[in-house]
Design a protein around this ligand. Structure first.
Ligand SMILES: *Cc1c(COP(=O)(O)O)cnc(C)c1O
Length: 948
């Protein structure tokens, strides 16, 4: 095969010559000897995954192979509903957002000045959700409907002032998977869950909250005023699980006086995709915003007084509050929320109402016809779903399947049929034929619950209805952002590597994205094969025995893994073990997940080299010997080094009766060179959106498989709707869908298939090499904080700015913002150590790009030197004024101590002048504190705009 067709050489940025150059710089002849000096030899493996993973094939061949797999899924018409509905992704949004690297390769907007486009889109999502639910504040997305409901439960519990015994009431008629996730999440927190149908509103005993389905799983939309009054009379919070499309027609949770609304935004343009990814939503009334889980986009101002967007309040929530965090959510569903926002703008209020009315019309016509032909159907108000009680349920279900229609078999004597945006007149008449009935047009009766309030009146929802207008709006927003399609994003711990186009292509194939998660198993044979292959490969790569792909972010994998430990210990009668040891350097999600799994967090100190302090570890093991449940460590550590003592650490924990959780977010430094499942760990989560090329989407989606050794396998997640999704002995589901965000698994499958074992190993080796090359070169400018054996780092490098900050006042933020003037995205700031930056180049960046970054850092260092030498004060330096916007640069009253040229082109004329292109942030430095004090999280109503 010719060299040029080899995907490995496309994925790995540096070519052979550049690899040699970097090796030479570090004093090595070849990659082998280099890796041997970096990776501790007691964990180093060589040539193992090459045997287990099939050899690489070309992009063309891999696409052909996955298309054969895709064909094994059969595309049927879905009327199953249950939270997953047919929708039409407007083509202009499909191509220019979902299929556009400008959107899908962006990172979470922690650097808001280079993320105004996606922040504005999420702000629109939040506005749409608040308008539709009638509540005051909505967050930037939840992982799905089911977890959003569980998060609402824990939110309510946090603000509850009464007794610990108070129970959580759930509506029997919530969708089954939503109830199941609530049960999984309630159990480790010892929250008592009571299921009732609300036919009576007398609650015995204390309750802290109740969740009501509106519409519910039987299709009923009912007046919930009495239930709400009764719940609130007990000082408990009311959570309404609702449907955004239905809320264009029905009275909103806000108008009823509900406290919280949750649900899924899937049917706003995001394909069902065998269960995900989709954006869940969570909205609250004023007063609860500071307890809101997940991310929240807020408005603030920049240094020039212009409005600007940024993440508000809990920006790095888990890192700050750790075990007190409001949730463990880090990666959420940004790209899907962005799609839902554009879908809302595209249709506007009238368009959405028209879609909703059409759907409702189908449902009423269908029900009327069935009633006329003698079927037992209810008389209550409905939106899109018709419940049919019939002895012949199974028979009709089978007949429908044979005609290419999936309907829902609710029980042996009931069926339901849900209509959606994709439903047609033809579908309706065919369905009626299946039921032996025929059309008999029925009116939608007048409703007392009809929505009378305006919604989506803001111009953003009433402007972009032509394709030209929408195309330009999407383009305008994406031009404001820096994503991987313009520059390297050297964010430590985030692994911003190539998301290859061939990896992305299959995800929009209908064979993958139109499969319903609760459809018959034989229609998803392609998914079953893909999931099996990918699972086996991940097991081979990590050395573990069993995996669940269900968790839809790393944080959810952490929870699932710790829950497996919890249940394993319980099964051995060791329920008293509830201590989770976590090093001080850990990612914030770790502590938050431990709390969700019902454990208590004890922090372990790190030594001066950044390693887990063996001394402190020994001390804590002795102190908590009888109650030790687990140690949670990241490997290689979040300090970016391979700790040689890892095997010894695992032994110490096991010897004390505890389990070892290795946070696998840094697997990009391990694939092919070490296996956590073999060096002593019991369970890990992986981040397919880091190591295995799923793009970050501006802050999600993700997939966070939980992967474990044999003894924990019986305790991995399962799912009530699909027995093949996990062991019968499992704790229940951690995500709404049996296989979580299944429709993006083809990305990781393609990556592994096109790299093969040898390519994967080489990717790891080059990632480590590039990081060490950066470390070596940057050390002349900034001290490198931690190193491992032989003075090498793993796949990321922490530079220490604290001394410079002390001497000059130049902060990590100044450097991060000045990098924007160079057209770069900053490295990770102040994690895991405050006042430092963590650089992870990944294997995908070639040496030319690494050198370009180094040159920017050198120029910044020179500017710092001028402050050091007192040639300019920090306040007057370009560092503090960064980033420079066009408005700033063309001001008439330019009075800075440096030229406009230096402001715009800090590296002189050679970079970015003329034809080279220049990225210009659209806002200056944003005032975070102002934004938190004056919290604005959705577009101001039009009346207020007018009066301003
Ligand atoms: C990214 C990361 C996580 C969290 O993963 P999400 O997918 O964002 O939930 C946990 N631990 C470490 C070390 C990470 O880098």
């Amino acid at each position: 095969m010719s060299h040029r067709s080899d995907f490995t050489d496309r994925h790995i940025g540096p070519n052979q010559y550049q690899i040699q150059t970097m090796l030479l710089e570090l004093g090595f002849k070849d990659l082998d000897s280099f890796i041997k000096s970096v990776v501790p030899n007691n964990i180093h493996i060589k040539g193992e995954i090459e045997k287990a993973i099939p050899s690489a094939i070309s992009e063309t061949a891999a696409l052909a192979e996955i298309s054969e797999i895709a064909k094994k899924n059969s595309i049927k018409k879905n009327f199953i509903g249950s939270g997953y509905y047919g929708t039409i992704t407007p083509a202009v949004i499909l191509r220019n957002v979902l299929e556009n690297p400008g959107w899908y390769t962006a990172y979470t907007p922690y650097q808001p000045e280079i993320a105004q486009g996606r922040l504005e889109a999420i702000f629109a999502f939040q506005t749409a959700v608040t308008d539709l639910t009638g509540l005051d504040i909505a967050n930037a997305s939840m992982l799905d409907e089911a977890t959003a409901t569980a998060e609402a439960m824990t939110l309510a519990r946090r603000v509850w002032q009464g007794s610990d015994e108070a129970a959580f009431v759930i509506d029997t008629n919530l969708h089954p998977h939503v109830k199941a996730v609530v049960h999984t999440r309630a159990k480790p927190l010892k929250i008592k869950v009571i299921e009732i149908d609300f036919s009576s509103t007398d609650f015995a005993g204390d309750i802290f909250a109740a969740v009501i389905a509106y519409p519910n799983s039987t299709g009923e939309v009912k007046d919930i005023s009495k239930i709400i009054a009764s719940v609130q009379s007990k000082s408990a919070l009311v959570i309404v699980n609702c449907d955004l499309l239905a809320l264009t027609l029905f009275k909103t949770p806000g108008e009823y006086g509900a406290d919280i609304a949750v649900g899924s935004a899937q049917r706003f343009g995001v394909p069902v995709g065998y269960g995900g990814p989709h954006a869940g939503f969570l909205a609250v009334r004023t007063g609860l915003e500071r307890s809101l889980p997940g991310r929240l986009v807020g408005q603030s101002v920049d240094t020039h007084g212009n409005l600007a967007f940024r993440l508000a309040l809990q920006t790095r929530e888990q890192h700050i509050r750790r075990d007190k965090a409001t949730s463990n959510i880090c990666t959420a569903q940004v790209l899907l929320a962005v799609i839902a926002a554009f879908y809302t703008m595209w249709h506007g209020p009238q368009g959405l109402k028209a879609i909703a009315s059409r759907v409702q019309g189908f449902a009423y016509n269908f029900r009327g016809a069935l009633r006329s032909s003698g079927f037992d159907v209810a008389n209550y108000e409905i939106f899109d779903t018709v419940l049919i009680n019939t002895e012949k349920a199974r028979q009709i279900f089978d007949k429908a399947a044979q005609s290419g229609f999936n309907i829902r078999l609710v029980s042996n004597n009931s069926l339901s049929v849900s209509f959606d945006e994709q439903s047609t007149e033809n579908d309706l008449s065919q369905l009626l034929t299946i039921f032996g009935s025929k059309l008999d047009s029925s009116e939608i009766p007048a409703s007392n619950l009809a929505r009378k309030t305006d919604f989506l009146s803001h111009p953003i929802f009433n402007t972009y209805h032509s394709e030209t207008a929408m195309l330009r709006h999407i383009r305008t927003l994406s031009d404001r952002d820096l994503a991987l399609d313009r520059t390297m994003i050297p964010l430590g711990s985030c692994t911003m590597k190539l998301n290859a186009t061939s990896e992305m292509i299959p995800i929009t194939w209908p064979e993958f994205n139109s499969i319903h998660p609760f459809g018959p198993a034989d229609q998803a044979a392609g998914y079953t094969q893909l999931i099996k292959l990918l699972s086996d490969w991940l097991i081979s790569i990590t050395g573990y025995d069993a995996v669940s792909l269900q968790p839809n972010a790393g944080s959810q994998g952490e929870f699932a893994g710790l829950l497996a430990i919890r249940n394993y210990l319980d099964s051995k009668g060791e329920s008293a073990r509830d201590i989770c040891l976590i090093p001080s350097s850990a990612h914030g999600t770790n502590a938050a997940s431990a709390v969700m799994a019902g454990m208590k967090v004890i922090v372990i100190a790190c030594d001066e080299n950044g390693n887990v302090s063996l001394e402190d570890l020994k001390l804590k093991i002795t102190q908590y010997r009888s109650t030790l449940a687990a140690l949670m460590v990241t490997y290689p550590s979040t300090h970016g080094v391979f700790e040689s003592a890892i095997s010894q650490i695992c032994e110490m924990i096991h010897e004390a009766g505890g389990q070892v959780y290795v946070d696998g977010a840094n697997l990009n430094a391990l694939v092919g060179v070490a296996k956590p499942g073999k060096f002593g760990a019991d369970v890990s989560h992986l981040n397919l959106h880091k190591t295995f090329c799923i793009p970050h989407g501006g802050g999600g989606p993700g997939v966070g498989p939980v992967i474990a050794r044999k003894h924990l396998a019986p305790f991995l997640p399962n799912h009530p709707a699909n027995s093949s999704a996990g062991p019968t002995t499992g704790p229940g589901p951690v995500s709404g869908a049996p296989f979580g965000s299944a429709s993006i698994l083809p990305i990781s499958w393609m990556y592994i298939r096109m790299m093969g074992g040898a390519g994967l190993t080489k990717a790891t080796e080059v990632a480590i090499l590039s990081a060490n090359y950066i470390a070596k070169k940057i050390e002349r400018l900034f001290p490198v904080l931690y190193k491992g054996q032989n003075g090498f780092i793993a796949h990321e490098c922490i530079i220490d700015i604290r001394e410079l900050t002390k001497n000059t006042g130049v902060t990590v933020d100044d450097i991060a913002k000045r990098l924007m003037d160079h057209g770069f995205h900053s490295p990770t700031v102040s994690f895991p150590v405050a006042g430092t930056m963590m650089i992870e180049p990944t294997e995908s960046e070639d040496v030319r790009e690494l050198d370009r970054f180094l040159s920017a850092m050198e120029s910044i260092r020179a500017e710092i030197a001028e402050v050091e030498a007192k040639q300019v004060s920090i306040e007057d330096s370009p560092l503090r004024h960064a980033p420079h916007t066009i408005g700033d640069l063309v001001r008439n009253d330019w009075d800075r101590k440096y030229s406009r040229l230096i402001g715009a082109f800090p590296n002189g004329e050679s970079f970015g002048m003329g034809r080279g292109g220049k990225y210009l942030p659209t806002v200056g430095r944003i005032d975070g504190v102002y934004g938190d004090r004056n919290l604005v999280c959705s577009c101001l109503p039009i009346e207020e705009l007018a009066s301003n």
